[in-house]
Design a protein around this ligand. Structure first.
Ligand code: C5P
Length: 336
């Protein structure tokens, strides 16, 4: 029996724009993922026999075929044409349904752990395909660092990393199921459509919403481009001492998370967390994914720690961490 332990890092979304609902039932989206230092621990063991067994230290982690780690293990064994008894232990530290990609990251940890435990490798292209089958935001964890996400989120492109930034992640007891958040978004869009119908000729209204969805996507690409190029401040925001400029650029470029429009109205306490983070000097604060985690990026560790304390005083769990560039991510994924 050989076993491998991995850190299964979390991500945050630096902006997320939801486009049109596609024929496959997914929404077109654009986002910038960023891996951060918070993580679960995943141990993968492979031995003689058959079957996949899951263990977790958290009651809300499913231990059956619906678990992303289980689904990944099945695919890896099939792809490598290997029979083995696989045991997966998940030590959950990240919130469940927290918008931090924890379950997706667990799946990638299982893939990497199994490859190592079985001493076999899956070609990179094939790994990305298997990851996309398990979930839209699984492939990003095969890249790490700052990653552009397109398509339904599964089309990933590595972006040039910036210097690590201090980050505070606040988690409340609220869990937001992603599929529900997308449905709520669709509902909001159809309410907007009915309002437009009242003021626009009948056939023009549908065209308007379709155009609006595609404009949203185009505008995001434009904002991300100007943010990454640092054009909005007229200076290059790359490089060691320019973290502050980069954060200001991010705000000025107007990069937002569309899910805030549905999730904040249903969970006003999350909007309040964002306000507290901004009040404590966050240069950029946002809901991550469809929530429920809200994070703030800070120009200094002192400010980040102070914000963490302020949230804790209000009874909100807040953890201080750093954004994690690609090189560091890969250096730390394997514990042994
Ligand atoms: O891909 P994943 O399993 O994470 O998606 C969960 C659900 O979220 C999907 O079944 C779909 O309803 C919704 N979703 C979507 N558009 C995306 C990603 C997810 O509608 N781009």
């Amino acid at each position: 029996m050989s076993g491998v332990t991995l850190r299964s890092f979390a991500k945050i979304n630096l902006g997320l724009r939801i486009g049109a609902l596609r024929e496959d039932g997914f929404h077109e989206l654009r986002t910038v993922y960023q891996t951060i230092g918070l993580h679960d621990l995943v141990r993968v063991e492979a031995g003689r026999g058959v079957g996949i067994e899951l263990r977790a230290n958290h009651a809300r982690v499913p231990l059956d075929e619906s678990n992303t780690g289980y689904r990944m293990a099945e695919r890896v064994l099939r792809s490598l044409k290997v029979r083995a008894k696989v045991t997966i232990h998940i030590e959950k530290q990240l919130p469940v349904e927290g918008g931090l990609g924890a379950a997706s990251s667990n799946a990638v940890a299982v893939m990497l752990g199994l490859e190592r435990a079985l001493r076999r490798e899956i070609p990179a292209e094939h790994k990305l395909r298997l990851a996309a089958e398990v979930g839209s935001d699984v492939p990003l964890f095969l890249v790490g660092g700052m990653v552009l996400g397109m398509g339904r989120g599964e089309e990933v492109y590595p972006l040039e990393d910036f210097t690590p930034l201090d980050c505070v992640v606040a988690t409340t007891a609220t869990g937001v199921p992603t599929a529900q958040a997308f449905r709520d978004w669709d509902e909001l869009q159809s309410e907007n459509l009915s309002r437009t119908r009242m003021s626009a000729p009948h056939n023009a209204a549908g065209k308007l919403t379709a155009e609006c969805a595609s404009d949203t996507i185009k505008m995001f690409s434009h904002s991300v481009f100007s943010w990454l190029r640092g054009t909005s401040t007229g200076v290059s925001a790359r490089g060691g001492d320019r973290a502050e400029a980069l954060l200001l650029d991010l705000v000025r470029a107007g990069i937002e998370n569309d899910f805030e429009r549905v999730v904040f109205s249903q969970h006003p306490e999350l909007r309040e967390v964002k306000r507290v983070l901004e009040g404590e000097g966050a240069r950029y604060a946002s809901l991550s994914g469809s929530g429920s985690s809200v994070y703030g990026l800070f120009g200094s560790k002192v400010k980040a720690q102070q914000a963490g304390r302020r949230l804790a005083q209000r009874g909100i769990r807040a953890q201080a961490t750093m954004t994690m560039p690609r090189r560091q991510y890969w250096a730390k994924v394997f514990v042994n």
